[in-house]
Design a protein around this ligand. Structure first.
Ligand code: PNS
Length: 164
């Protein structure tokens, strides 16, 4: 069985992530969407909240599941026997960082390949941080995240602003 891991912060999941997940699910037997810690980011949603949001979005895919892991990505990849790490690339600006991570991951666990998938043109500008900036000011985000979670994301992020 060919298993792919689609890792990310998913803080929160966007339509851009969903596009990568859907296209990966057509290429592999099983896909694990992995909520992983990015030491350089200060997330707005807890890992458990991000997993719950993702669960609501992936129901229609039989071969996609979600998990979270606080450790090195390659250790998780090895644990689940995945052969590939799939990441979406929006622009050249994503490339340098992603390429560096791919090389570290290859060195740490040569058995898995990192595959970069080109983001669909309609999602090129999307980012979780952009979505949060909009939600923080109370504007709905249903154009940018799956409809099933749009209200929840807006409510949660605008609350964070209200608390400050
Ligand atoms: O959505 P992001 O923030 O671009 O995802 C980055 C992520 C979470 C995939 C990356 O930071 C990661 O793999 N974190 C787990 C820890 C790890 O393995 N770090 C070493 C990579 S060089």
């Amino acid at each position: 069985m060919r298993v792919a891991v689609v890792p990310g912060s998913f803080d929160p999941i966007t339509n851009g992530h969903m596009d990568i997940i859907e296209r990966t699910s057509a290429l592999f037997d099983r896909v694990v969407v992995l909520v992983a810690a990015n030491a350089e980011k200060n997330p707005s949603f807890t890992p458990e909240e991000r997993v719950l949001l993702i669960e609501k979005c992936i129901g229609k895919y039989d071969n996609v599941m979600v998990d979270c892991f606080d450790g090195l990505l390659v250790d998780y990849v090895k644990q689940v026997g995945a052969c590939a790490i799939v990441k979406g690339l929006r622009a050249m600006s994503d490339f340098e960082y992603e390429f560096q991570m791919a090389l570290y991951n290859k060195k740490l666990y040569p058995e898995a390949e990192t595959l970069f998938m080109t983001t669909s043109t309609e999602n090129l500008y999307l980012s979780s941080s952009g979505v949060k900036s909009i939600a923080r000011y109370g504007r709905e985000v249903s154009d940018f995240v799956p409809a099933v979670i749009a209200d929840q994301v807006l409510e949660r992020i605008s609350q964070v602003k209200g608390d400050k």
